[in-house]
Design a protein around this ligand. Structure first.
Ligand code: SF4
Ligand code: SF4
Length: 230
């Protein structure tokens, strides 16, 4: 039997999760650090977009922006496409787009809207706020400038995942597992997890006790080429 998935109104889902992460085009901040000049999150060699199967049903009849990911889109990538397919939950599909020069904002997939964040779920089952995809620390400018995330984006993110997590057990489990993995990763590195709280403010969360310390954004770490910039 196919796992349960709530029926989403994809247009409404997109329209309610549409605020840009920053008030300006953050792609202009990271793209100069990518040799091919593309923002990292729109470069298939760094990030393969993923969408709910329901999104694909909606998108494929309306736009030529997307195709199903074949695994050969990043020339010279030695990784095995089967491995990524295997890691992708059954209710999701890997996609590839025409690239940032041809982006159609209205038809961005959920992973484009979400990047670089995921909902953080505590060990005692609370959706506390936004944490970032830690693999992208040295690449994504926003991760080094969390103070630039707009309140509108944070609000829409929280409202979107309040609905998704409440309705969709598989999604809840997948983000709970990702949060657990994040705690293990940061604990091994003896670091605290930067978190944008759902009620506002910036925090550092201890990965073992999940104790929170509210901090001014200037105290949050910076990475890679963004470490030294003003
Ligand atoms: S979200 Fe990060 S990776 Fe994507 S365009 Fe903005 S700074 Fe670049
Ligand atoms: S659809 Fe647009 S935002 Fe999404 S990956 Fe492609 S270029 Fe980037």
């Amino acid at each position: 039997m196919a796992p349960f998935a709530p029926r989403l109104d994809i247009r409404q889902f997109y329209d309610h999760f549409d605020a840009p992460v920053t008030a300006f085009d953050c792609g202009e901040k990271c793209a100069p650090h990518n040799p091919n000049g593309k923002p990292f999150c729109c470069d298939i060699c760094h990030a393969v977009p993923v969408a709910y199967r329901q999104e694909w049903d909606y998108l494929q009849g309306r736009t030529d922006l997307w195709h199903e990911w074949r695994g050969d889109e990043c020339a010279g990538d030695p990784s095995d496409p089967a491995e990524l397919r295997e890691q992708t939950p059954e209710h999701m599909l890997l996609l590839a787009c025409l690239g940032p020069a041809h982006c159609q904002r209205a038809y961005r997939a959920s992973s484009c809207r979400q990047f670089p964040f995921l909902p953080y779920i505590t060990a005692d089952d609370r959706f506390l706020g936004l944490v970032y995809e830690w693999d992208f620390e040295p690449l994504c400018w926003v991760i080094s400038h969390l103070e630039s995330v707009t309140e509108a984006y944070r609000r829409e993110f929280v409202a979107t995942y309040d609905v998704i997590l409440a309705q969709w057990p598989d999604e809840y489990e997948s983000y709970a597992a990702a949060s657990e993995e994040m705690r293990a990763h940061f604990a091994a590195q003896r670091r605290r997890i930067p978190l944008l709280h759902r009620r506002g403010g910036f925090y550092l969360l201890s990965p073992r006790s999940e104790r929170l310390e509210r901090v001014p954004p200037q105290r949050l770490p910076r990475f890679g080429p963004y470490h030294t910039e003003d």
